[in-house]
Design a protein around this ligand. Sequence first.
Ligand SMILES: NC(=O)c1ccc[n+]([C@@H]2O[C@H](COP(=O)([O-])OP(=O)(O)OC[C@H]3O[C@@H](n4cnc5c(N)ncnc54)[C@H](O)[C@@H]3O)[C@@H](O)[C@H]2O)c1
Length: 342
Amino acid sequence: MNKKKEKQSDFLITGSAGFIGFSLSKFLLDKGKNVIGLDNLNNYYDVNLKKSRLKILNKYENFNFKKIDIEEKEKINNLFSNHKPEKVIHLAAQAGVRYSIQNPEIYLKSNINGFFYLLEASRKNNVSHFIYASTSSVYGENTQNSFKEDHNTDHPIQFYAATKKANEVMAHSYSALYNLPTTGLRFFTVYGPWGRPDMALFKFTKNILENKPIEIFNKGNHSRSFTYIEDLIKSIYKISLEPAKADKKWNQKKPNSSSSKYPYQILNIGSNSSIKLMYLISIIEKKLEKKAIKNYLPLQRGDIKNTKSNTEKLKRAIKISPNTPIEKGVEKFIDWFIEFYK
Ligand SMILES: NC(=O)c1ccc[n+]([C@@H]2O[C@H](COP(=O)([O-])OP(=O)(O)OC[C@H]3O[C@@H](n4cnc5c(N)ncnc54)[C@H](O)[C@@H]3O)[C@@H](O)[C@H]2O)c1
């Protein structure tokens, strides 16, 4: 038997104990793909939730988990030489907008240093496609009706967004210099079963059930492109099947650039309808058959008021875009929440 073949894995998923990493790993494992999962299981939120996700993944024979911090360069390099992942989907990061205001250094370590080690190992090991999570937060205070990939993203308003924007330009340099195919995905507020405890839908559901007040920032005047997890996962999977295409539109924006031949692209993944925060709360109340105790608060520093994903480019690339109605997605989240925490 070919030894190298035996060792090679189809996908390396970083952040595989996290919300999106878990959901994507499970989807790929169900398709029979070989997945190496990596996570440091940090305690940014409930570690038991991460361990419960991992418990499900560990049941699959085609899953191989490594507890590694992406800042551990040697371990990352060894992982790549031992398992030769064909494709890398890099989701491990310090997430969260508000946490970055008090704790910027952890973002520097995980999102910049860690990102670099993954990028460098991918280049050295001839990874066929390096896909990574960026965020809608890179659009900063963009006030246009919907956010398009070629809008200006040079003015992030928190350090989290700054690190993700840095990832996009780091990836561009690797595509240009080393021809490494890279795709940056700007996710818009992802929600659904197994979701993150620091996000609004989770906190609202928990507090309403526990008869505690919910904190409504910006007096409820926020709106978001809420993106259902299954829609996101299907999109990432379809993107992973294609080689990264030269992002002509993006590159044309750069004067005197001949960069359109680089295998580099940026894509939004978000629902094309933007939902008002107060409407989200009303759906939760309806499903729980219970009114929330509402505590209205001012706009928080670093918060973006409204986000709306333009999905034209995504549709052109993979023919689909997120379309699960918010009512259905919230219902699925709450069913999971009640079952999991019963
Ligand atoms: N959920 C969203 O709405 C959203 C929106 C935009 C972008 N993103 C991005 O998508 C990715 C996944 O987000 P998520 O919602 O699943 O978050 P998550 O926090 O649930 O998952 C991230 C995982 O990465 C792990 N991790 C963090 N730092 C690490 C390190 N240094 N080494 C190894 N593992 C580490 C964490 O333990 C966690 O399990 C992140 O890059 C995030 O910034 C998420």
